[in-house]
Design a protein around this ligand. Sequence first.
Ligand code: FAD
Length: 281
Amino acid sequence: MNTPISNPSTLSFEFFPPKTVEGINKLRETRSQLAKFNPEFFSVTFGAGGSTRDRTLDTVLEIQKTGLDAAPHISCISSSKEEIRDLLNKYQTHGIKRLVALRGDVPSGEASAGDFRYAAELVAFIRAETGDHFHIEVAAYPEFHPEARTPAADLQNLQRKIEAGANSAITQYFYNADSYFRFMDQCDAADIKIPVVPGIMPIYNITQLARFSSICGAEIPRWLKMRLEEYGDDMASLRAFGIDVVSELCETLRVWGVPSLHFYTLNQSVVISKVLENISE
Ligand code: FAD
């Protein structure tokens, strides 16, 4: 069994970089609410091709100024080595110590030209350029990445990212805890020892969740989809039910002994705060 770390209450929260003044203010409020749960770090996403480069940097630096650890995501698709080098220099200069290194998805209608094809190449580049300066997180997929040829090929890809220098992994979200447990069995069999932290997606809205899932291949189990659809426009009941479902998932994962939990916050705190209160009772 993959070894659980000693502190099962470790948490991290993921934000996207806001575009508007209103979004920036809302994120400040969200961050201060979630800071109460003493997260290990906050991470900030990065638009493929560098579309959020400056906003990701600004958001990360603002978090860091509050004394909390911030981890920028870097996605490499459509980027040149020079652009990534420049970004790494900026992060090093500002004292950032953790990165989430990804391939990213090419926005539809755009060319995928760039110096990197896969995240493993980005991880190797970061290590070659900056040695051991950064703790590098990579993505893992308990229900497998939609482009993976086979589950075994996807696991080999995780191994390549580790061999290139990744320290830990965060998973795509899932609602079926067994998919994570079975994935961890495969990791054990492949002698993968790094922490593989479950990524948790709160349930805010069925339309949005179905759209995310169709892109990233994370399954919404039939029973869950049908129950959520049944709520129709009754968002309050849908959210209350979603809080129960996600709390149970987190509790099951914690009892099993996961190394940590990483929440995809979508820059909101209320639902996640309720989940965390439920599982701390
Ligand atoms: P890779 O590890 O490169 O894998 C991509 C696919 O290629 C997989 O199917 C893999 O099996 C296959 N593959 C890899 N190497 C080879 C090879 N040599 N030959 C054949 N096939 C190969 N996206 C963003 O744009 N910005 C973000 O900030 C962001 N944050 C994320 C955070 C987390 C925790 C997660 C789980 C995902 C995030 N994503 C983000 C989405 C991610 O970029 C997409 O899932 C993307 O499609 C794959 O990224 P990856 O790093 O897993 O790619």
